[in-house]
Structure formats: structure tokens, C-alpha cells
Design a protein around this ligand. Structure first.
Ligand SMILES: *Cc1c(COP(=O)(O)O)cnc(C)c1O
Length: 457
């Protein structure tokens, strides 16, 4: 018999905490303990090892508590961090942007979720907005809750578009990341993520990212053996793969190749979209219009989970006859749509794509300055807009730097197992002074590593 009284008491206690903006020292200690215990006993103890490894003196990771301004957050003990990880790219408009929060809370007070039967207005208005915002003839929208779902929908759209002809081959690229559901994972490239779950969806080939000749040969070979390619699935700049920027003419050549063979081009802009790289969509840097674009992460303004798969009418019309061929209960809910509408408004009103371009140039220049004399440790600093990667000589050095950043109140994306390239992906609202602090800290951490090496040697 479960003890409902115990459940009742515990949830009351947690609801009390949720209600509070500030906590006492005792409450903070309780929260930290419950969090670590909960992860160990009921979430996944693996996370504790993984986060522990990043923090000072291998103590357990900080327990986060609330946002602090647009570009920072504070942990439960009151320590502030500049957020250079940006939730892997969800905070483009900054943390808790008041306009996004207001849209969501206003909608929340009226009707948080939709009836599922009547026509919900915000879905229509967001779709219209995206039709205006996305390049070329992209027009019809399917809404989901995550990047994975956006990619999954794109793959299904490509399949149904080609269903008469029976094409079901997809070309993806090495080092790609498209999510971890069985369909999206088939496009994802990392062996460790894929291998335990084989066999995945049939028909996926992977070619080297940026290598147009390999893609051309694969496309031709697929055609010759009667397995014509339904679609090419591509990130315009690879995010998780370590901020890999392809040759300038690559995307355009892929577009031409797709047209030559009647394949669709799916651009996964889950991470590069919504202003991150210095344009609203990264494809605009290269003057390319995809047949399908996948958006998520920053699409919900860092307030709501939200994703969109936007396609041209030529592609999407195959779902007109039966719109129930692909649906999800929560996708396109009023709270998510309110958040996305406010996010798009803010991106334009505050000119954030351009700000990303400018601050990105500033930050990259500063980081390059800071690495001078440390070429034995840092291989390269690259990026577009505020999607920046620092590539180290090896994982160990990258990990030491990520740890140094963390100890100095700057959160970056670098972990014990994956730190050869540390990603810097702050909110597009990051201030110049905060960029300066990041660069100063980078220089300081690199210098201290020299000293330690001397002492150890
Ligand atoms: C993060 C990411 C995804 C997966 O998004 P989720 O919201 O985590 O499901 C897909 N594609 C790209 C390019 C991403 O960066």
C-alpha cells in the first residue's frame, strides 16, 4: 500500500518552496540535499558523477535556483553565474524576458491548454507569423514540443511526399545531432548514442559534413541502385558536433544537388535558428531556402518548450487530406504559441540577430586575444554570431578550462567526457562587460594552468 499521507506532506513542502522567491540558509540546505538524494535515488545517479566532475574540489554540482537578469542565474546558495551555455541555445532572448513571461502568464490566466477540438487561435497566428518570417516559400507549420519532434515530423513529411515513388533513403552527415528518438537518432551521427539501439530506421546514409563530392557520389550511387534519396538532413552549422562551419558554398551546392536528384532539403535549425548565428536563420547567410526547416530550443523564448516544422506547400499538402496522420497532444498549445510569438517579436524589436553578429565578433576577437601564447593548449576559436567553439588540444585541457570557468562564475558547455571543443552560447543579450569578464577569465585560467604544469613538472 502506498502511503498517500506521505506523498501529500512531501508535495505540500515542495509547493511551499516553489511559492518562495528567496529561501533561508536552512531551506537552501534542505533543497540541496533533496536534490542530490533525488538524483541518486530516483532520477539517475549517473548525472551526479557527471556534474560532480565539473565542479571545484569535485563537490556536488551547484543546485540552480533562479534567473538573475537577462544573462545570469544564481544557485540555491546565492552564487551568480554568467550563462555562457545558454541552455545549449535556448536563451536567445535572455533569461525570463519580461515580454515572453507576460505573454505566457496572460495566456495562462485565460486558458493554459487547448480543447483539442475547437480551432485554437494562437496556433493560426503563430503559423502566419512563421510564414512571414521564414525564407522563400516556407509556409505551413506543424508544432511540437522539442527539437527531436521537429526533426521527426520533417522526416515523416519527406517520406509522405515521396510515398508514391517509394523513396525512403536519407542522407545525413558525420558529427550531426538531430535528437534521440529512434527516427531522429537515425540521422544523429554519434556512435555511442546509436549503437545500443540498433537497428534504427532503415535507409540512413552518413556522409562527411562539408564534403560535397562525397554527398554527390552517395546521391548518384543511391540513384543507380534504385534507392533514390528522399531528403538530405543537415544542420547549416553543426552545434553539438563542436561548432563545425562548412565551406562557404557547401549549402548552396547541397541545394543544387537535391534539386538535380529530386530530393528534399531539410535544414535542422533547432540550434542555429532564431538569431543565434547573426541572422534570423543561418540558411540566410548562404542564400539557401530549404523545403523543410526544423526549429526548437530558443523558439519558446527560454520560457516554454516549443518547436516548429515549417514546410513549403508542395511538401506539406500531402497532410491536407488527413491532418491526423501526424499529431501530438501538447504541440502548438496556447502557452507555447504565446511564448513563440513574443520571442519572435522581441528578436525583431531588439534587433537581436544583428546584436548576435556584433557581440559574436567582439567575443571571438577577445577570446583569440586571450589565447595568445597558449597555442600549445588551444587549437582554434571559431564561430558565427554567438555560436562559438573553443577547440583544445585534447579533452583534458578543455575540461580543465571549463572547470576554471565554472569556478569563476561562468557556465560553459564542457564536460569530462566531451571537452575537446567547449561551446560558448550565451544569450544574444549578453553585455560587453560580461564578454570582457569571459575573456579575462579565459586568459586567467590558461595562465594558471601554465603555473600548475610548472609546479607539477
Ligand atoms: C538540440 C538539438 C536537437 C534536439 O532537440 P531537443 O529539444 O533536445 O529534442 C535537434 N537538432 C539540433 C541541431 C539540436 O541542436
Amino acid at each position: 500500500m502506498q502511503n498517500y499521507n506521505e506523498v501529500l506532506k512531501y508535495t505540500e513542502q515542495v509547493l511551499d518552496i516553489i511559492e518562495k522567491a528567496e529561501v533561508t540558509k536552512e531551506e537552501a540546505a534542505w533543497i540541496a540535499k533533496e536534490t542530490v538524494d533525488g538524483f541518486r535515488e530516483n532520477v539517475n545517479p549517473g548525472f551526479l558523477e557527471y556534474r560532480k566532475s565539473v565542479t571545484k574540489d569535485t563537490q556536488f554540482a551547484s543546485v540552480e535556483w533562479k534567473d538573475s537578469g537577462r544573462n545570469c542565474f544564481v544557485d540555491v546558495h546565492g552564487k551568480e553565474y554568467i550563462d555562457c551555455l545558454g541552455g545549449f541555445g535556448i536563451y536567445n532572448v535572455g533569461h525570463s524576458h519580461p515580454k515572453v513571461v507576460k505573454a505566457v502568464t496572460d495566456q495562462m490566466a485565460k486558458q493554459p491548454l487547448h480543447s483539442q477540438d475547437l480551432l485554437d487561435p494562437l496556433r493560426a497566428m503563430l503559423a502566419k507569423t512563421l510564414g512571414m518570417l521564414t525564407p522563400g516559400d516556407l509556409k505551413y507549420c506543424f508544432f511540437g514540443n522539442s527539437g527531436t519532434e521537429a526533426v521527426e515530423a520533417a522526416l515523416k513529411m519527406a517520406k509522405i511526399y515521396h510515398s508514391e515513388e517509394g523513396r525512403s533513403t536519407f542522407i545525413a552527415t558525420t558529427r550531426a545531432f538531430h535528437g534521440k528518438s529512434l527516427g531522429a537518432l537515425s540521422g544523429t551521427a554519434k556512435g555511442v548514442f546509436r549503437k545500443p539501439f540498433m537497428p534504427l530506421v532503415n535507409g540512413f546514409r552518413h556522409v562527411a559534413f562539408g564534403d560535397i563530392e562525397m554527398m554527390r557520389k552517395t546521391m548518384a550511387a543511391c540513384h543507380m541502385v534504385g534507392e533514390d534519396v528522399a531528403a538530405v538532413l543537415l544542420e547549416p552549422i553543426q552545434g553539438e558536433g563542436g561548432v563545425i562551419i562548412p565551406p562557404d558554398d557547401y549549402l548552396k551546392q547541397v541545394r543544387e544537388l537535391c534539386d538535380e536528384y529530386g530530393a528534399l532539403l531539410i535544414l535542422d535549425e533547432v540550434q542555429t535558428g532564431m538569431g543565434r548565428t547573426g541572422k534570423m536563420f543561418c540558411a540566410e547567410h548562404y542564400g539557401v531556402v530549404p523545403d523543410i526547416i526544423a526549429l526548437a530550443k530558443a523558439f519558446g523564448g527560454g520560457v516554454m518548450p516549443a518547436s516548429a516544422t515549417v514546410a513549403s506547400e508542395k511538401v506539406f499538402k500531402h497532410l491536407f487530406d488527413n491532418p491526423f496522420l501526424h499529431t501530438t497532444t501538447f504541440g502548438g498549445n496556447p502557452l507555447a504559441c504565446a511564448a513563440a510569438l513574443a520571442t519572435i517579436n522581441v528578436l525583431i524589436e531588439e534587433n537581436l540577430p544583428q546584436r548576435a553578429a556584433e557581440m559574436g565578433d567582439y567575443l571571438i576577437a577577445g577570446l583569440r586575444d586571450a589565447m595568445k601564447g597558449h597555442e600549445d593548449k588551444v587549437l582554434e576559436i571559431r564561430g558565427k554570431g554567438l555560436l562559438i567553439g573553443i577547440e583544445f588540444v585534447n579533452d583534458e585541457i578543455g575540461y580543465e578550462v571549463a572547470k576554471g570557468f565554472f569556478d569563476n562564475g561562468i557556465l560553459t558547455a564542457g564536460t569530462l567526457i566531451n571537452a575537446k571543443t567547449v561551446r560558448i552560447e550565451p544569450p544574444l543579450t549578453i553585455e560587453k562587460e560580461q564578454c570582457d569578464k569571459v575573456c579575462e577569465t579565459f586568459a586567467k585560467v590558461l595562465k594558471e594552468m601554465n603555473k600548475e604544469a610548472v609546479v607539477q613538472g
